[in-house]
Design a protein around this ligand. Structure first.
Ligand code: NI
Length: 210
């Protein structure tokens, strides 16, 4: 009995330790820019950016490895967010890091994100995108969102976000639906000028403004 109890206790401790280890596990990669990023980022005009991304049914090492490569590519490009369709992968995976200068601050990995609520209050803010380099334009979006997603360990999570995080999540989630921020720009004159200046075609914009 005593031995049994000890055994089961030690087992449960081992289990606890394993769980703790698991829950601490996150995606940690160096934020230093690489000479050659592991993934190529597609740009406006590329059809890969217009595809709808598929849900990820199993969060395993291949997904975590992909998230790591996406982070390395994002840090190298000095971006704060990257969605899988931008590197030609048709999956609902995105990575965000608003603090790319601090090596120890962990990135946010969102798998199968879904917005359950968005505020009626909107904000205008200038956005840019690694797939449309050089172009920065104002976009109006809800200022607060509530979303559910799976993290890099496959655990279901919920979060409320506002400010730049909310902005960034909405921008990246648009990528999962084949939508780019330029589709949401109201000022058509500024949009045309900025695209032309940076060598992009206005016909590649799928405007959502009516
Ligand atoms: Ni983008």
């Amino acid at each position: 009995m005593c031995t049994d109890t000890k055994l089961s206790l030690s087992r449960s401790f081992a289990q606890l330790a394993r769980t703790a280890e698991k829950s601490k596990a996150s995606i940690a990669v160096s934020k230093e820019p690489l000479e050659t990023p592991p993934l190529e980022i597609h740009t406006l005009g590329d059809r890969a950016l217009r595809k709808e991304a598929r849900r990820i049914s199993k969060v395993d090492d291949s997904i975590r490895d992909l998230a790591k490569d996406m982070l390395r590519s994002m840090y190298t490009a000095k971006g704060i967010g990257l969605a899988a369709p931008q590197i030609g992968i048709n999956k609902q995976l995105l990575v965000i890091d608003l603090d790319i200068e601090t090596p120890s601050s962990p990135p946010l990995i969102l798998i199968n994100p879904e917005i359950s609520n968005e505020s009626a209050t909107v904000e205008t803010y200038e956005e840019g995108c690694l797939s449309i380099p050089g172009v920065y334009l104002n976009v109006i979006r809800p200022s607060e969102i509530t979303l559910s997603f799976r993290d890099e360990m496959g655990r279901p999570k919920k979060m409320k976000a506002d400010g730049l995080v909310a902005r960034c999540i909405q921008h990246e989630m648009d990528h999962l639906n084949g939508v780019l921020f330029v589709d949401r720009v109201s000022d058509q004159k500024q949009l045309q000028e900025a695209l032309q200046e940076h060598g992009f075609q206005t016909t590649d914009v799928h405007s959502l403004r009516i």
